[in-house]
Ligand binder design. Structure first.
Ligand code: NAD
Length: 265
């Protein structure tokens, strides 16, 4: 779609206002403006570290030690991050009754903190740590205290099993229920908005493809190009925190005013 940024935003706002089912699909790029680096953008995590696979984590104590060392280092950055203007705009879309759900590849919990109540997490949530033997869950903050006390490879207090962040590592199986739900919502929507994803991590990156196959309009808001650009109905190579608030303002202006809350007692 050609035209000025303003004109393109107006068109997409028309689509959203008229849509029955809107889905937002997010990747690490929605959180860079909150200070959490992405994987593949400039300065992304893979420019500093190579990934540790699930199989390496399980089989090799050195890999486990290294994984926890990285996690201990990056924890304060994650813990301090606040939802940014893009997260807040996506939450506002739900409040306006124009969002079916957010499907996220992110593990940072920022959509929930921004106010979204229907969030499908494809890759888990880094607020939790889980025992791979008995399933006991620990708040990540508690494990940070252990790491800072000098524990290098935390083990389960209950059974001694290996503890791992409740996130999906490379080589680890996807959560079945979330993956099925995400596919169902992607296939049933009429507008599908990708925000901040390079769309190279599968099976998550199938979601916009399912939406497109099912006849939805697909909108991309991503700072850099993706392999999916040629199939998108509208593309914004812009920062999410700049584009989404403007888009949501335009959607709000097209909707009947929401009823006022009850008067204060
Ligand atoms: P990615 O790193 O592969 O791609 C991020 C994309 O976002 C890039 O194309 C980049 O150009 C774009 N981008 C960066 N800042 C942006 C901004 N302000 N506005 C718009 N676009 C912006 O991320 P991915 O596709 O999500 O895949 C990486 C995997 O790693 C996913 O599983 C992801 O969830 C996980 N991850 C999560 C976090 C997090 O939870 N915040 C952080 C890093 C990686």
């Amino acid at each position: 779609m050609a035209g000025s940024l303003e004109a393109k935003l107006e068109t997409v706002a028309d689509w959203i206002a008229a849509a029955r089912h809107v889905v937002v699909f997010t990747g690490a790029g929605v959180s860079t403006e909150s200070g959490i680096p992405d994987f593949r953008g400039p300065g992304g995590i893979w420019s500093r570290y190579s990934p540790i696979t699930y199989q390496e984590f399980i089989a090799d104590p050195e890999a486990r030690r290294e994984s926890w060392r990285r996690s201990r280092e990056s924890y304060s950055q994650f813990a301090a991050a606040q939802p940014n203007a893009a997260h807040l705009a996506i939450a506002e879309l739900e409040r306006l009754g124009k969002l079916e759900c957010v499907i996220t590849q992110n593990v940072d919990n920022l959509h929930q903190r921004a106010g979204n109540t229907r969030v499908i997490e494809l890759h888990g949530n880094s607020q939790w740590v889980v025992c791979l033997e008995c399933g006991k869950r620990y708040p990540r903050a508690e494990i940070q205290a252990w790491l800072e006390r000098g524990v290098e490879m935390p083990a389960c207090e209950q059974c001694g099993g290996i503890l791992k962040s409740a996130t999906v590592a490379f080589g680890q199986a996807m959560p079945e229920r979330e993956t099925t739900e995400a596919e169902t919502y992607s296939r049933a929507c009429d507008v599908f908005i990708v925000v901040g994803s390079s769309l190279v991590v599968y099976p998550a990156a199938y979601m916009p493809r399912y939406a497109k196959q099912s006849g939805a309009r697909v909108v991309l808001v991503n700072a850099s190009e993706t392999d999916f650009d040629h199939r998108a109905d509208a593309i914004f190579h812009e920062r999410a925190g700049e584009v989404l608030p403007r888009l949501v303002d335009m959607v709000r202006a097209r909707l009947p005013a929401l009823p006022e809350g009850p008067p204060a007692a």
